[in-house]
Design a protein around this ligand. Structure first.
Ligand SMILES: *[C@@H]1O[C@H](CO)[C@@H](O)[C@H](O)[C@H]1NC(C)=O
Ligand SMILES: *[C@@H]1O[C@H](CO)[C@@H](O)[C@H](O)[C@H]1NC(C)=O
Ligand SMILES: *[C@@H]1O[C@H](CO)[C@@H](O)[C@H](O)[C@H]1NC(C)=O
Ligand SMILES: *[C@@H]1O[C@H](CO)[C@@H](O)[C@H](O)[C@H]1NC(C)=O
Length: 168
């Protein structure tokens, strides 16, 4: 019983450690269109919540566009002379971790910002786990339950065992 409960507890601990890491969501900026002109990224972002721990994935034509992070002023004016971040790796597939809770502004240089290739996201504090993952929260609940159920089953078994021994 001891070792079985121990294995159970270890497995539960493992699940609980791994679940939060799976929770971070990866957004392909622009969805099926990707990072390109003729997409309104304000509209794209409007029905989404971005949480700290999520990721932005920019997929685009590396020969034409790039991914620059700018401040609010330069986002509005499309000034890319002094970006605060250059996420361009050269592959046309750039990943940006949303690891701070504030507004962040991304544009493409090379003139594309003026055509509307600009994205502003508000990164929020992640909601408490039950709201973030109603489905996944089942795992720990099951763990708690089986941690009680297994000893209970063994206890009943032991009592039944001794009962048989006494009467038999
Ligand atoms: C953004 O940076 C520019 C300099 O490139 C500066 O003049 C401006 O005040 C900054 N805006 C904000 C909101 O920090
Ligand atoms: C951004 O970084 C890429 C890759 O290092 C580089 O080729 C490009 O010139 C940089 N762009 C700007 C605007 O600094
Ligand atoms: C966020 O991620 C960037 C890039 O990986 C890193 O340079 C920066 O230090 C991180 N910031 C925080 C607050 O973790
Ligand atoms: C995107 O759509 C919004 C809402 O319809 C509009 O206000 C905004 O000007 C559009 N942005 C661009 C760059 O076209």
């Amino acid at each position: 019983m001891g070792s079985r409960a121990m294995v159970m507890a270890l497995m539960c601990a493992l699940v609980m450690v791994m679940v939060p890491q799976v929770l971070g969501k990866r957004y392909i900026v622009g969805g099926k269109f990707g990072w390109t002109s003729n997409v309104n990224y304000t509209v794209w972002a409007s029905d989404k919540h971005f949480y700290k721990g999520d990721w932005l994935f920019f997929v685009y034509d590396r020969n034409q566009m790039d991914v620059l992070e700018v401040n609010k002023t330069n986002y509005e004016s499309c000034n890319t002379d002094h970006p605060i971040g250059n996420w361009t790796t050269g592959a046309g597939r750039d990943v940006v971790p949303l690891n701070v809770t504030r507004h962040r502004y991304f544009v493409s240089g090379k003139g594309f910002c003026f055509g509307g290739m600009k994205l502003s996201v508000r990164i929020e504090k992640p909601p408490p786990p039950p709201r973030a993952a109603p489905v996944k929260s089942n795992a720990p609940t099951t763990c708690y339950r089986s941690q009680y159920v297994f000893p209970l089953v063994f206890a009943i078994g032991a009592v039944w065992d001794s009962f048989l021994r006494v009467t038999g």
